[in-house]
Design a protein around this ligand. Structure first.
Ligand code: CDP
Ligand code: MG
Length: 726
């Protein structure tokens, strides 16, 4: 009777095919399916989305100090009861029976790999066991690194709660606050290193995620452990790849915590789904009306998708009204305010059902109790890097089989569960990679090189990487840092490089900020840096108000390029008193602006450290554009027939249709980034003069390269811009 749920679950006639997940291995039906559609679908979804999830790669550390303050002792009886039930929960976790054995193993070995099913209690329990066993004597700390900021916060809060203490003292979260809002986070790793030195134990948690910073930590810690025999190193991982960790750490023993896992029935779609978002919404409602109680977990790729999915679900539930039981729709992603994040852990009220719509964060880092149903569209957002062009992008790609199995496993923690895969069994078998490629092999290494150099590690080629990055990526990073002036011709860090390493942003961005000192425009450049870090989500363009939104956007246009438009938006917002209403009226995303303000404040706070005075150039755009050029001269493109050509690689690129310079087509441009959708687009472009390139990067550009035979034919545009800029 329900229009919203036209298809039935299960059975031969249904949309689903069933496979049973027996413990960890999967079996497949022999059915052949029509597959032509799948490839096209995948291509369709290889769109470049927002940058939001990049901050998931933040590495954060939790430290615990041993001293319990007396003040915490007298507690209310209610709190006492809560504590008791909390202790019961602790004792019920799969890790608990192994507490003594584990502590004995840690005592015996310097390096131990710990493998256990997600949710078995590794993250929350091991630090407490160590504390109880005296590892914090003499003021030493127990450090636990987390690759994801959201998980670090939630886990630290949980540990504090279990210990009945306030977060921030005995249990604290160590990370630079500013790194939360920027994509790359070198100083947070450095900070962690200082934690390392005062730690008796360091737990590298979620090792299987193989994030960039985890991989770098592996190499650093292996080295540190050699000359600090008193340091214990624990490598905690879900049940994936543990042999490799053991092998890397000179055959360190593996401690296995046997998991408790209930069977999970796997369902595949018979044919590929054209619109996985819609398919998710339909599936949630189907489960809600046809399946027995139990909460639902949906995996999507990022904030935008998650919000869209939640809105659709809420709207449809509203329409169905009392025809269906209550459905609590809860999003979780890195940028969600923490009070909202905490909500996913609240128990579901009787009679209702909870649906948590999450990014990969819920794959292994977070455990939500009560999940019986998992919906897996089979995609994730991944960074990828082209070392030839230096282009880094975040694209939605099919996830790996290992990921898909982790996701399915989330349904079988508390009882037998079901996992609905929005792809075919054939795709699972033939289209998905076995495992995810470690981040270090698909990212720009500029920051990492800067970090390692600033730690005095000069020979990067022989650094002990678990999986070394591609040689050309490393070489390109070294070349770029040399071109930026961060390294000298011997590959040593220069004074400029040392200052750049202080900023938690991409080397090009930090160079731009440092250059603003010389051009006396740091005020403006800080704003631009902050706006660029949230750039893709500033303008709001609702489908039903496209014309209004585009007009509003046009009103912000100033000559010179998108960076200056962003600056203009920010300045007007400041004038409005940071008004929400102003954002609403001008089709600007308030949330993004608030984030930009945060980033800006944090960057401004760092100006002291790198000794840059914050001054304004009072509306003159030339210094600002020169500072941008000083950081991004690598990204120069010159107008040529039918489009633009990058100066160094002669790659054909186009101005993005959203750009303020889309129609103007100036002769020389600098782009902030390249994105590939239907063609190679430059996003966020600014007009420059070719002479500036020689001024800011004389060692990189030869004047011959910049000769422009046709420049005399079009003097008007350049002249006009200059005039307008005054
Ligand atoms: O690290 P691992 O995946 O082995 O498990 P964990 O994060 O230590 O979680 C152990 C248990 O603690 C979970 O099964 C949850 O029941 C509970 N937990 C929670 O209730 N709230 C949190 N924020 C974290 C964990
Ligand atoms: Mg964990």
């Amino acid at each position: 009777e329900l229009e919203e749920t036209p298809m039935e679950l299960g059975g031969e006639q249904g949309r689903w095919e069933e496979e049973r997940l027996k413990t960890a291995s999967l079996s497949f039906g022999a059915k052949k399916e029509r597959e032509q559609g799948m490839k096209q679908e995948q291509e369709k979804y290889q769109l470049i989305l927002e940058e939001e999830e990049m901050i998931d790669f933040v590495t954060t550390a939790i430290t615990m100090k041993g001293t319990r303050s007396e003040k915490d002792a007298p507690a209310l009886s209610q709190a006492e009861m809560k504590k008791q039930s909390m202790q019961e929960v602790r004792r019920s976790l799969p890790i608990f029976p192994y507490r003594e054995d584990l502590l004995a193993a840690i005592n015996k070995h310097q390096i131990l790999v710990i493998e256990g099913e997600t949710g078995s209690g590794k993250t929350t329990q091991i630090p407490q066991y160590l504390l109880e066993d005296g590892y914090t004597k003499g003021g030493m700390k127990i450090g636990c690194t987390q690759p994801r900021r959201v998980a670090a916060m939630s886990v630290a809060a949980r540990v504090a709660e279990e210990m009945s203490v306030k977060l921030g003292n005995e249990v604290s979260l160590v990370h630079d606050c500013y790194t939360n809002t920027l994509s790359v986070t070198v100083p947070s790793s450095r900070l962690k290193l200082s934690v390392l030195l005062s730690s008796s134990v360091i737990i590298i948690d979620e090792a299987h995620e193989r994030t960039l910073h985890t991989d770098i930590l592996f190499g650093l810690i292996k080295d540190i452990a050699r000359f600090r025999s008193d340091l214990k190193v624990l490598v905690a991982s879900a049940t994936l790849d543990t042999e490799r960790f053991s092998c890397f750490f000179d055959d360190a023993p593996v401690f296995r915590i046997p998991g408790r896992r209930f069977p999970v029935d796997i369902f595949y779609t018979k044919a590929p789904e054209a619109d996985y978002l819609e398919a998710c919404v339909v599936s949630v409602l189907q489960i809600h009306v046809t399946q027995p109680p139990g909460d639902i977990l949906v995996f999507l790729t990022g904030q935008e998708e998650i919000e869209a999915c939640c809105e659709l679900l809420q709207e449809r539930c509203r329409r169905l009204g009392s025809k269906i039981a209550e459905l609590l729709v809860l999003p979780i992603y890195a940028n969600l305010p923490s009070d909202m994040q905490a909500k996913i852990f609240n128990p579901t009220p009787p009679g209702a059902r909870k649906v948590v719509v999450a990014t990969n964060i819920a794959e292994t880092s977070l455990t939500i109790d009560g999940i019986i149903y998992v919906i897996d569209p089979g995609f994730c957002k991944q960074k990828s890097y082209n070392a030839r062009t230096g282009m880094e992008s975040l694209i939605v790609t099919p996830c790996s089989r290992a990921s898909a199995n982790q996701r399915a496993g989330r349904a079988g923690r508390v009882a037998a569960g079901k996992c609905f895969r929005l792809y075919t069994a054939w795709a699972y078998k033939h289209e998905m990679e076995e495992t995810t490629v470690p981040e270090i092999q698909r990212t720009n290494l500029g920051n990492v090189v800067l970090l390692l150099k600033s730690l005095g590690i000069n020979d990067l080629i022989h650094f002990d990487f678990m999986d070394p990055p591609p040689h050309e990526t490393l070489v390109l990073a070294l070349e770029q840092l040399y071109a930026l002036g961060a390294l000298n011709h011997l590959g040593e860090l220069t004074k400029l490089g040392r200052r750049m390493a202080e900023l938690p942003v991409d080397p090009m961005l930090s160079k731009m900020i440092l250059a603003s000192e010389q051009y006396k425009c740091s005020e403006e450049v800080l704003t631009i840096a902050a706006m660029l870090s949230v750039n893709n989500s500033i303008f709001y363009r609702p489908k039903d108000k496209v014309v209004h939104a585009d007009n509003a956007r046009m009103n912000f246009v100033v000559p010179g390029g998108d960076h200056l438009v962003l600056l203009n938006v920010y300045n007007q917002w400041v004038e409005s008193g940071y008004s929400t209403q102003w954002c609403y009226e001008n089709f600007i995303q308030f949330r993004s602006m608030r984030r930009a303000r945060d980033v800006r404040d944090q960057l401004e706070g760092l100006m002291d450290r790198i000794e840059v005075e914050v001054v304004s150039c009072q509306g003159d755009s030339v210094p600002v554009r020169k500072a941008v050029t000083a950081g991004y001269f690598y990204h120069t493109a010159r107008l040529s027939k039918g489009g633009y050509k990058t100066v160094k690689h002669q790659q054909t690129v186009y101005v993005h249709p959203n750009s303020s310079l889309f129609e103007e087509q100036p002769r020389w441009l600098i782009y902030h980034e390249l994105v590939f959708t239907t063609k190679e687009f430059m996003r966020q472009v600014i007009e420059i003069e070719s002479g500036w390139l020689l001024e800011v990067a004389p060692h990189y550009y030869k004047s011959k390269e910049l000769e422009d035979s046709s420049s005399k034919k079009m003097p008007r545009k350049q002249g006009k811009t200059k005039e307008e800029l005054g």
